[in-house]
Design a protein around this ligand. Sequence first.
Ligand SMILES: *[C@@H]1O[C@H](CO)[C@@H](O)[C@H](O)[C@H]1NC(C)=O
Ligand SMILES: *[C@@H]1O[C@H](CO)[C@@H](O)[C@H](O)[C@H]1NC(C)=O
Ligand SMILES: *[C@@H]1O[C@H](CO)[C@@H](O)[C@H](O)[C@H]1NC(C)=O
Ligand SMILES: *[C@@H]1O[C@H](CO)[C@@H](O)[C@H](O)[C@H]1NC(C)=O
Length: 407
Amino acid sequence: MALSKKCVVRAALAFALISVAACSSDTVSFSENNRGSIDQSCWEAVGIDSWPIKEEEQVCGTNGVLYPSQNALKCISKQAGVEQQEREKCSGGSDGGKFDPCVALAYVATRRVCGSDNVTYNNVWHMVCTSNMYSVEINAEHDGECAIECPYSPVYKPVCSTTDYTFANEQALKCKQILQPYIKNAFQHEGQCKRQQSTNPCYESNTFTPVCASNGHTYTSAQHIRCLKQVNSDLRALHDGACTPDEVKEIIGLDDVCRMANHRQEWSPICGSNNVTYPNSYRYLCAKKDKGEDLQVSYMGECGSFDYCRQPEPDASPVCGTDGVTYPHDNALYCAQASSRYLGKKHQGACNETVDDPCLHRGFPFLDDNGRPVCASNAVTYVSPEALWCAAKNDSGIKFIHSGECF
Ligand SMILES: *[C@@H]1O[C@H](CO)[C@@H](O)[C@H](O)[C@H]1NC(C)=O
Ligand SMILES: *[C@@H]1O[C@H](CO)[C@@H](O)[C@H](O)[C@H]1NC(C)=O
Ligand SMILES: *[C@@H]1O[C@H](CO)[C@@H](O)[C@H](O)[C@H]1NC(C)=O
Ligand SMILES: *[C@@H]1O[C@H](CO)[C@@H](O)[C@H](O)[C@H]1NC(C)=O
């Protein structure tokens, strides 16, 4: 049952982010949310009230591990079947009979504590383990997470750290350094780390996330447009989703549209007022050349398919989107999703300004491994969709254009 030391040390390195449970299936970890089901002795053994750990209170388990207190052993015995034995039985071994918090981390409850180093630890033992590992003095300041003001910028401007991770920007790397001070994570160079750099966007166009481009064509992804930009430097991404007939008409005109329609293999269906589904804007416009005012766009999508944008719900009740906007009903949210692919439903009912504000969920605590950059209509690349929505709160003209960096 004893957990290998290597495993525990790796778990400790992961700090407060990954619970110790990830280490071994034997390991039990509790979340703070289900405190009610946590044995009181466990709660007391790993909290600030058990700090500092006193040598004379330590007890020896039948597995040869020394635990910091009776409560700690009681807590562990429930899960691991470890009993108490004479203190001397734990005196041998390489640790010379000292409590080793890193080994004892198996089978502990999560009860976050803020250390004097401004780091939030899973519990007091975790803090002591870290203190031993890095030979630094850390005291427990208070229960719960540390209140840290991390530097933050919503603008994506990647930097590569010495640990070979891409951070969304310099501020995100600084935040990581504050939250994990013992991991040597220094600035290495501007831009993405080599392993994430895309050598050629033309090899990456394998997702189907259509984007309308400034030439009136709809491409399978923003990468596809980026690739073509190498031969057509004026090409730009206009918006998420297929180009509408109005856009195509404006960009291409009607003269050549039927010839082009014969060459377009695009499937961005449009339902016409005649209840005919046209596969794309070109085919629709070609038909409209014949039919004139008799043909109008009923909606974007196949005829007979449900048109979220035009259907209010019978029992409309408001829903809150992940962008912090209250939509009058589900269908209005689904309609908005068509042009903002990261948008989701946060909960039923109107948004609450204090908890659903996207500015509170901008990607904190830090945006490493490249963040989730998105390009907005103001030509700014934001570190995450939340950062974009936050900016849009202030300026409703800011819209999502495509995933990845602006180009
Ligand atoms: C911890 O944070 C406080 C408040 O932000 C600051 O005054 C203090 O210097 C920090 N301590 C360390 C060790 O970083
Ligand atoms: C339009 O076509 C769909 C599918 O072909 C059909 O189910 C629907 O009844 C038609 N609607 C009208 C108004 O003709
Ligand atoms: C919003 O949420 C906060 C925190 O949960 C709560 O105190 C407040 O009453 C809520 N406001 C509304 C209008 O529901
Ligand atoms: C909102 O816009 C105003 C005026 O453009 C600007 O001064 C302010 O900093 C903006 N606030 C945020 C949170 O972006």
